[in-house]
Each structure stands twice: as C-alpha cells, then as structure tokens.
Design a protein. Structure first.
Length: 295
C-alpha cells in the first residue's frame, strides 16, 4: 500500500497548490478498501498503484461533496473540510481531486478509463437518488438496494473489473465480486450506524435515520410493526432523535431481529462474491475482514 500512498502524494504535489496539499493532508485516509482491492487483483502490474491512487482520489472527492450535501461535520473521526474551511472549499477541493484523477486516467487503455469514468456517473446518480429518497420514508427494499448499488457498489465493481483487465484476469467474475462486495459492505455500514457508537464510527451514531436515510433495518422494521408503531416510526423519520426515541427504535429492532435480517442479506451477498472468485484466498480475505466489522 505504500506504493499507492506514494502515488497519491505525487498526484497531490502535481496540483502545485500548497492549499490543496494542506487540506488533503488534513483528511483521514480511511481503509483504502478500493486501492487494496486493485493491488490484490493486479499486484504484479506496474500501473496498479497508480490505478489505486486514482480510485482513492475519486472516492475522497465524492466524500468531500457528500459531506457538503449531508451537512456532516465529522468524517472518519476528524472534522470535515466543510466544517473547518467551509462548503465552498470542500466542493472545490473535491473538484481538484477528481479532475486530477481523470487526467491520470487517460494514461490507461480506453476500456479501463471508460469503466472507471462511467462508474463516477453512476455514483453521482446514486447520490442524487439517495438525497431524493430521504424526502419521504421509503419502505421499498428493491429501490433501496438499487440506490446502494449506484452510490457505493459501482466504484468498487469498477475498481475490481478495471484491475482484472489490467492483470489479464477474468473481468466478468471480478466485476461480480466487486459488485457484491460493495453491496455487502454498505449494508454492514448501515448496520454499524445503528449498533456502533460515535467513537467507533467517527461520526454521530444513528445518524442515517436523522438524515432521512431509511436503511435496511428500518425498512424491515416498518414491515413488521403494527399500525400504531408504524406511525410512530414514520413520525420520527428525518428528525433529531432524543435518547428515548433511539432506545425505542433499537428495542423494536431487537424484538423483530431486523439487524440480524439485514446481516443475513450482507452475508448472502458476501457468499455470492466469494462464489464469483472461488479460490482466490486474497480476495476471500478482504470479504472476511469486511464482514467481521459488523458485530
Ligand atoms: C457516502 O454516502 C457517499 C458516497 C459513497 C457517494 C457520494 C457521491 C457523490 C457526492 C457524487 C460526486 C462524485 C464525485 C467524484 C465528486 P453516505 O452519506 O450514505 O455515507 P457517509 O455516512 O459515509 O457519509
Ligand atoms: Mg454522508
């Protein structure tokens, strides 16, 4: 991974703007899941670290914009750029990161560049859908999973598919692996929003519902509640929750086992990812680490 970090530092330096270097240095790098995936699939290819750096810059840009859109003040345990330097700066830093990433992408074969570039259109559509869906309580599971695929899984799918092409491996099975890994990863993230505390999450706990996001545990819960409780759940949607509200939601989720039901789907998708690449121990390792984050 130090090769990826070196490439990221080089690309940031090439922006030739101290303010960009300063602001980027303040970001917490996160798990670098996408770059790790690229290195594991195309480890022997000399351009794998650059592809990893490109995808991580795109991901960082998307989070900068997402924090402006969600008005989030914490990202990975540190104050977000919109909180410290304002939304305008966060948007512009995001613009610089993803345009620099796209400039570097043109040095790759056209098919690889197209896979990564079109996934960014998909993730932007996913973000727009996510924001629109937060206007009302959503209890449509398929609609939710379609949005998750666009918002989170497409960039992971594209990273896996593009690096498979780079390494001369089967791109279809690797894309399927990436898609299911991405979906499973986001479902685990949604579970952690409810089960983990602020210190672990690096952002406020139970924040999804406050932001209007009806994740799977809420969708499943709605289906299982009686009419009065359904109304109570919907009345809490997209509002600041006090301690008794969040305790009530958690208690109902416990009663109806909706965290477990969501985890079962994450596990099923993870198994499908595993079946797609069968005997690749490294890629199975990534899945296992991801699934273990949950409880
Ligand atoms: C986090 O979702 C958001 C994303 C994974 C995608 C955001 C995409 C865009 C803003 C499109 C613009 C793209 C570029 C390249 C500039 P979340 O809010 O559910 O998760 P969180 O709790 O981590 O914030
Ligand atoms: Mg967000």
């Amino acid at each position: 991974m130090h090769r990826v970090e070196k490439e990221i530092a080089r690309l940031i330096n090439e922006c030739e703007y101290d303010e960009v270097t300063r602001l980027f240095g303040m970001l917490s790098g996160g798990k670098r899941l996408r770059a790790k995936l690229i290195l594991k699939i195309a480890d022997k290819h000399e351009k794998a670290p650059l592809l990893g750096a490109i995808v991580e810059l795109i991901h960082a840009a998307s989070l900068l914009h997402d924090d402006v859109i969600d008005e989030a003040s914490l990202r990975r345990g540190v104050p977000s750029v919109n909180a410290t330097d304002g939304s305008k700066t966060a948007v512009m830093l995001g613009d610089i990161l993803y345009s620099k990433a796209f400039t570097e992408l043109v040095s790759f074969d056209k098919d690889i560049a197209k896979i990564i570039a079109s996934s960014v259109t998909a993730l932007s559509k996913g973000e727009m859908l996510d924001v629109k869906m937060a206007d009302e309580f959503n209890y449509d599971e398929d609609k939710y999973l379609d949005m998750l695929y666009l918002k989170t899984a497409t960039l992971i799918e594209a990273a896996a598919e593009a690096s498979a092409i780079l390494a001369g491996k089967d791109s279809v099975s690797h894309a399927l692996y990436g898609r299911n890994l991405g979906l499973s990863f986001q479902i685990i993230d949604d579970i952690l929003d409810i089960t983990a505390d602020e210190a672990t999450l690096g952002k406020p706990a139970m924040n999804d519902y406050v932001e209007g996001k009806c994740t799977l545990p809420y969708i499943y819960l709605y289906k299982l509640l009686d009419e009065d409780d359904k109304q109570r759940l919907v009345s809490l949607h997209a509002k600041a929750l006090d301690e008794s509200d969040s305790a009530w939601i958690k208690q109902k989720m416990n009663e109806h086992k909706t965290i477990e039901k969501s985890f079962e789907l994450a596990q099923k998708l993870s198994n499908e990812a595993m079946n797609a690449i069968k005997d690749d121990a490294q890629l199975i390792g990534i899945l296992q680490t991801m699934i273990k984050r949950s409880y």
